[in-house]
Design a protein around this ligand. Structure first.
Ligand code: DP6
Length: 361
C-alpha cells in the first residue's frame, strides 16, 4: 500500500454523534528504531514484541459541529482535563487531516488512561497514539462501512506512525515489523505489519518484566535523540547493522535459538544507548541501577543457564525477557535480587500480547 491508498473517497454517511473505545498495547523493540527523516520515516527497519498488560484505553466521543472551522477537542487524561497534552494531539490532527477529512466536522472528547502507573517512565506515546488512531479509524469506518480489514489496520498503523514512530507497531499481531527491508515481503516504511515469517512457539508466550529503575521525566526525549542521529559519526554503520540484524533474526525466531536471540537483543539494546553516548551533544539515560541489574542478569544467566536477557528502551528501565517455561524461577530472582534496584521496588510482569482490541461500551 502507498500513501495514496490512505486518502479516502467521499464518505457514504456522516453520523450526528457517537462514541468509540479502543485499548492498544505498548511494545518493546528487539531491533530498535533510532533515527528518522521527515515525516516519521525510519532510518532502518525495526521489530517488536507486542505487550499485553501495559496498554492505553482511549474513548473518543464525537459530535457534529455547526461550522467546519478548525479542530475542536477536549482531552481528559485519567479523569482530568490535560492541557499540556493538547499541543501534541493538535500536531497529530494537523498531520493526519488529509487522510481523515472528517476531523474538522466534529467536536471530539478524547478520554484516555493507562494500565501502568502514571509517570512510570514507560513510553505511553506508542500505546496512546495507537489507541487514538484506532478510534479515529473506527469513526472513519462508520462513515465508510465498506472499508476492508486490511486497509483498516494498515491505515491505523500509518496514522499512529505519524503520531509516534513506534506506535505503528502497536496495532495488530504479537511480533510486528516496521520499515522497508528487501528480504521481507510487503514491508514498508509507512506502517507496521505482522511479522510474516515462521515464529517458534517459545516466542508466542515470551515474558517481559519491566523493572522500573527511574520513574521521572527523561532528560532527553526520544524525538531529540532521533534528531541526534543526523550527522552522527556511527549512524550509517548502525543503520546497516539494524538491516542485517533483521536478516539474522529470521532463523533465530523460526528455530527458537535462544542463545543467538539473547546475543542479538542485548547487542541492540546496548548499541541504542551507545548511539546516545556518542552523539553530539552526548547523553546517557542509563542509571547506576540499570547497570547493576544488567550485571546481575549476566551473573544469573551464567550461574543457572536460564535464558534470561535484557533490552532497554530510551530510558533507564530494564525489560527482562524470558521464556514462560522459566517464569517461576525468574520471578523469584526478580523479587529477591532485582527489585531492590527499582524505584520503590516497582516492576511490572508482562508478556507477549496480540494487539489492540475494540471495547464495546
Ligand atoms: C528507543 O517512537 O518514541 O523506543 O517517532 O519521535 O515518537 P518518535 O519516537 P519513538 O522512538 C522509540 C525509540 C525506541 C526504540 C523502538 O521502540 O524501536
Amino acid at each position: 500500500m502507498t500513501e495514496k491508498d490512505f486518502l479516502p473517497g467521499a464518505y457514504q454517511k456522516m453520523p450526528e454523534n457517537g462514541k468509540v473505545t479502543w485499548k492498544a498495547p505498548s511494545n518493546i523493540a528487539l531491533v530498535k528504531y533510532w533515527g528518522k527523516r521527515p515525516v516519521q520515516i525510519p532510518a532502518n527497519p525495526s521489530i517488536s514484541f507486542t505487550l499485553d498488560a501495559c496498554a492505553t484505553t482511549t474513548s473518543v466521543t464525537f459530535e457534529k459541529k455547526e461550522k467546519n472551522d478548525g479542530f475542536s477537542f477536549d482531552l481528559i487524561f485519567e479523569g482530568k482535563q490535560k492541557a499540556d497534552f493538547k499541543p501534541k494531539i493538535q500536531t497529530f490532527l494537523e498531520r493526519v487531516e488529509m487522510y481523515l477529512p472528517f476531523l474538522k466536522a466534529y467536536h471530539f472528547t478524547i478520554e484516555t488512561s493507562n494500565s501502568f502507573p502514571h509517570s512510570s517512565g514507560i513510553a505511553s506515546s506508542a500505546s496512546g497514539m495507537a489507541a487514538l488512531s484506532l478510534c479515529l479509524m473506527d469513526i472513519e469506518k462508520e462513515l465508510n462501512p465498506s472499508m476492508d480489514e486490511a486497509l483498516f489496520h494498515a491505515k491505523a498503523s500509518y496514522l499512529a506512525r505519524l503520531g509516534s514512530g513506534s506506535a505503528c507497531r502497536s496495532i495488530k499481531g504479537d511480533l510486528v515489523q516496521w520499515g522497508a527491508h528487501k528480504n521481507i515481503p510487503n514491508s514498508s516504511d509507512l506502517y507496521g505489519m505482522e511479522y510474516p515469517f515462521k515464529v517458534n512457539p517459545v516466542f508466542k508466550s515470551y515474558c517481559d518484566t519491566i523493572l522500573l529503575v527511574h520513574k521521572g521525566q527523561k532528560k532527553v526525549s526520544s524525538t531529540v535523540g532521533h534528531q541526534l542521529m543526523h550527522g552522527h559519526p556511527y549512524a550509517e554503520n548502525r543503520f546497516e547493522q539494524a538491516f542485517s540484524n533483521l536478516d539474522k533474526l529470521k532463523p533465530i525466531l523460526a528455530n527458537g535459538d535462544l542463545e543467538e536471540f539473547i546475543k542479538l537483543v542485548e547487542s541492540e539494546a546496548l548499541t541504542l544507548h551507545a548511539m546516545m553516548m556518542t552523539s553530539m551533544p552526548y547523553f546517557m539515560l542509563m542509571k547506576p541501577d540499570t547497570l547493576e541489574i544488567i550485571n546481575k542478569i549476566w551473573e544469573y544467566r551464567e550461574a543457572t543457564k536460564t535464558p534470561v536477557c535484557f533490552t532497554l528502551d530510551a530510558g533507564a528501565n530494564v525489560h527482562l525477557l524470558y521464556p514462560s517455561s522459566d517464569k517461576e524461577k525468574v520471578q523469584i530472582f526478580i523479587k529477591d535480587e532485582l527489585a531492590e534496584h527499582c524505584e520503590n521496588g516497582q516492576y511490572i510482569h508482562d508478556q507477549v500480547g496480540s494487539g489492540a482490541i475494540k471495547i464495546n461500551d
